[in-house]
Every structure is written in structure tokens, then in C-alpha cells.
Design a protein around this ligand. Structure first.
Ligand code: S3P
Length: 412
């Protein structure tokens, strides 16, 4: 599997504000991660790229970023848009962040509000609720803040602002979101207090550069795990998949649906576990996904919905309102497009209900410019009768440029 997107972003961000040289291997060469890299280059960081998946980052230290000469373009990357303000708010510079049409519709109030409580000077459209955002660096102070929704982007933004703030920053989240930032901060020598869903960080700690090897992205592997399950007589081994337990909700969910996914060659490197996954076709049954598990598989819900169209019974997915504000409104996109292919789907305000199994039929479907919708529909196309055309599929390059090549290599 190509590198994990979340960890690739963080390797550039933390490598840039560390002291010394960070050598990154397994970097994901996708549009989103390249957007993050370009932003940090514009902020004065020397980043060499000896190979597509390798970076050499010359860290500038905690407060060493330079004022960019132009507007910073985050492209389609929500992770960059939410985390960068936390890094920039405590630097001595002025910066403007913007991106594509989809990113300018996505909510930013969730980071702007708590950063303002820390003393950050941030402005944006609709009083900071949408990009473009403008940031004038200032001296931040630590706060105590309870996140209203579980979000790794918001948690990361506040932890990194806290790293540059006076005193201690204490954050709690309602359920645990992915913990790659915490792991990487610890790898780079930071002291972090973690007690369940409560996080504490003391300001002024310098990060020490080191080598970071990034595991493959389980969110990308999810498309092929599902493909192997729903296409008869399949057997697939997927190597180098990150199996951090804040991300493996997909394995648990598919196993509960009747898959028997095996984990082989377990290994730990750069504070992130990884393994080879062995997946076979299976007779799937419906399940309910709700509550604390949702943040651990939020990005995989589109492809879980495809698996559910082939499962016996009523699959219920709820507590997933966040899907409405991802790269597209994923609840509406999935309901509309899978219905066109013959699935029996009901749209809920915070999820979907799928009655299966359905005989899908190939047709023209839309991606809404959303990479995960495009790839999920391509996997649905594998089990559909006839031909499926996914319109606007170029967006797949946002997270998985080699998706089509891999898909062709595993199908006959
Ligand atoms: C991400 C966190 C999640 C996830 C996104 C990547 C990250 O978003 O959906 O694809 O890298 O921190 P939220 O923080 O909005 O839940």
C-alpha cells in the first residue's frame, strides 16, 4: 500500500518545525500531501524530494517559519486547512490560506474558535467559519478545551498551537480520533500527557528531527479489502498496511459482517504498527455501525456502504453526520449514486440504511469530485452487471494516484 495520507501530512508538518533533518520514507505522493509540502516550502522550509516517496526536510525549529510571499494554497486538503492555522497562529508572520471550491465550503469554525480562545488572530469568511482564512501570528496562551466533536484535525491543530503557547494546553474529545500526531510528537521527543481522551501539552518544547518511515494507508487498503470480499473466488494479500488501533475500525466492521481478515507479518516502526492483510471472498451479513467506533472508520464508510449492498439484511450506519461535511456530502452522494446502480438505500440525517443484498447494475455515476466516492463506486462497478462509468474520476489522485493501476493488476 502507498503511504498513509494522515501520517504523510504530519511528517511534513512536524519535520518542518523540528530541529535538524527529518528523513521521510513511504511518503504518499498524492495531491493532498503535495499541497502540504508546497505550503511548507512557501513558509521557507527546504524540502528535498530525492524520490517520489522520499523527503529530506530541513527543519527550522518551533518558531522558524517565514512569512510566505503569496497566498498559501491547500488545494483540496481539509487536513492542511485545519492543522496549518494551529501551527501558524504562534509564528511571527502573516499568512492567508485558501484552496479549491470544495475546501472553501468546508467548516473551519471548529479550529478558529478554540484558537481564538488561545489568543490567535484569525479572520475568515463568515467570521472564520470558511476559508480563505487570514492569520497574524501572536503570542498564544494554553487553554483547557473540550472538543464538541471527535476530530483528529482539530485535536492536532490545538496540540501544535499548544506547543508554541505559554503554559499548558489541555484538550478532551468525546471519543478517540486517530492518534498519529501524538505518536509522531513522542517520536520527535515531545512530552505529552495522554489519559484516555484527554491530552496535555506544555509549550516551548523543541522537537528533535529523526527518520520517519510511513506505513501504507488502511483507508486506501479498504477499497481492495472490500473488492476481495464482494467479488467471488478472490484471495488478496495487501502488504504494508498501517494497523494503528485508532484506524482499524474497518477490519472490525468487515469481520463482524462475516469477513475473516488475517493479519500477518506484524511489525512496528516509527511508532506506528503495520501488517500484511489477507482477505478472501465471504458471504456478508448486515451490521449496525454507531457511536464511538464511527471516528475509527469515518473515511471508510463509503466503501463499507458498497459492502453492505452485497450483505444479507439491513445495515444501519448512524452517528456519522460528519460525512455531510467531508470532500462532498457523502451521505447524499452515496445514496444517490448507489441507488442509480440498483441498491436499496435510505438516507438518514446522520447516516444511511442499506437493505441487501442487491444485484447492482452498471451505469454512469458521479464522483462529486470526491476521491473516496469515486473509488467506492469503482469497487461497486466490480460486482455490478455490465459496465460502470465513474465521471470525474481524476479526483482519485487526491489520495491514491496508483489506484487504477492496482485495480487493473488484481482483476482479470
Ligand atoms: C484526518 C482526520 C479526519 C479524517 C480525514 C483525515 C486527519 O477528519 O476524516 O480524512 O488526517 O487528521 P476529522 O478530523 O475532520 O474527523
Amino acid at each position: 500500500m502507498p503511504g498513509d495520507k494522515s501520517i504523510s501530512h504530519r511528517s511534513v508538518m512536524l519535520g518542518s518545525i523540528a530541529e535538524g533533518i527529518t528523513y521521510v520514507t513511504g511518503f504518499l505522493p498524492s495531491e493532498d500531501c503535495v499541497s502540504t509540502m508546497s505550503c511548507f516550502q512557501a513558509l521557507g522550509v527546504n524540502i528535498e524530494r530525492p524520490a517520489d516517496t522520499e523527503l529530506v526536510i530541513h527543519g527550522v525549529g518551533l518558531r522558524g517559519l517565514h512569512e510566505p510571499g503569496d497566498v498559501l494554497d491547500v488545494g483540496n486538503s481539509g487536513t492542511t486547512l485545519r492543522i496549518l492555522p494551529g501551527i501558524l497562529a504562534g509564528q511571527d508572520l502573516f499568512a492567508i490560506l485558501t484552496g479549491d471550491t470544495s475546501i472553501r465550503r468546508r467548516p473551519t469554525g471548529r479550529v478558529v474558535e478554540p484558537l481564538r480562545l488561545m489568543g490567535a488572530k484569525i479572520w475568515g469568511r463568515d467570521d472564520g467559519r470558511c476559508a480563505p482564512l487570514a492569520i497574524k501570528g501572536s503570542q498564544l496562551k494554553g487553554i483547557k478545551y473540550d472538543l464538541p466533536i471527535a476530530s483528529a484535525q482539530v485535536k492536532t491543530s490545538l496540540l501544535l498551537a499548544g506547543l508554541n503557547a505559554d503554559g499548558e494546553t489541555e484538550i478532551t474529545e468525546p471519543s478517540k480520533s486517530r492518534d498519529h500526531t501524538e505518536r509522531m510528537l513522542q517520536l520527535l521527543g515531545a512530552q505529552l500527557g495522554i489519559d484516555g481522551n484527554l491530552y496535555r501539552i506544555r509549550g516551548g518544547q523543541q522537537l528533535k528531527a529523526t527518520a520517519i518511515d510511513i506505513p501504507g494507508d488502511i483507508s486506501s487498503a479498504a477499497f481492495f479489502m472490500t473488492a476481495a470480499l464482494v467479488v467471488g473466488n478472490s484471495l488478496l494479500e495487501i502488504g504494508n498496511v498501517g494497523i494503528n488501533k485508532t484506524r482499524t475500525g474497518i477490519i472490525g466492521a468487515l469481520n463482524e459482517m462475516g469477513a475473516r481478515i488475517e493479519l500477518l507479518d506484524l511489525e512496528g516502526k516509527s511508532n506506528e504498527p503495520r501488517a500484511t492483510l489477507k482477505v478472501r471472498s465471504a458471504h456478508l451479513k448486515a451490521m449496525t455501525i454507531e457511536g464511538d467506533i464511527v471516528p475509527k472508520l469515518i473515511d471508510e464508510i463509503p466503501v463499507i456502504a458498497v459492502a453492505a449492498t452485497q450483505a444479507e439484511g439491513r445495515t444501519i450506519i448512524r452517528d456519522a453526520r460528519e460525512l455531510r461535511v467531508k470532500e462532498s456530502d457523502r451521505i447524499a452522494a452515496l445514496s444517490t449514486e448507489l441507488r442509480k446502480m440498483g441498491a436499496d438505500i435510505e438516507e438518514l440525517e446522520d447516516g444511511i440504511i442499506i437493505n441487501g443484498p442487491s444485484n447492482l447494475k452498471g451505469t454512469r455515476v458521479k464522483s462529486y469530485g470526491d476521491h473516496r466516492i469515486a473509488m467506492s463506486l469503482a469497487i461497486a462497478g466490480l460486482v455490478a452487471d455490465g459496465e460502470t462509468t465513474v465521471e470525474d474520476s481524476e479526483c482519485i489522485a487526491i489520495s491514491y494516484p496508483s489506484f487504477e493501476r492496482t485495480l487493473l493488476s488484481i482483476t482479470e
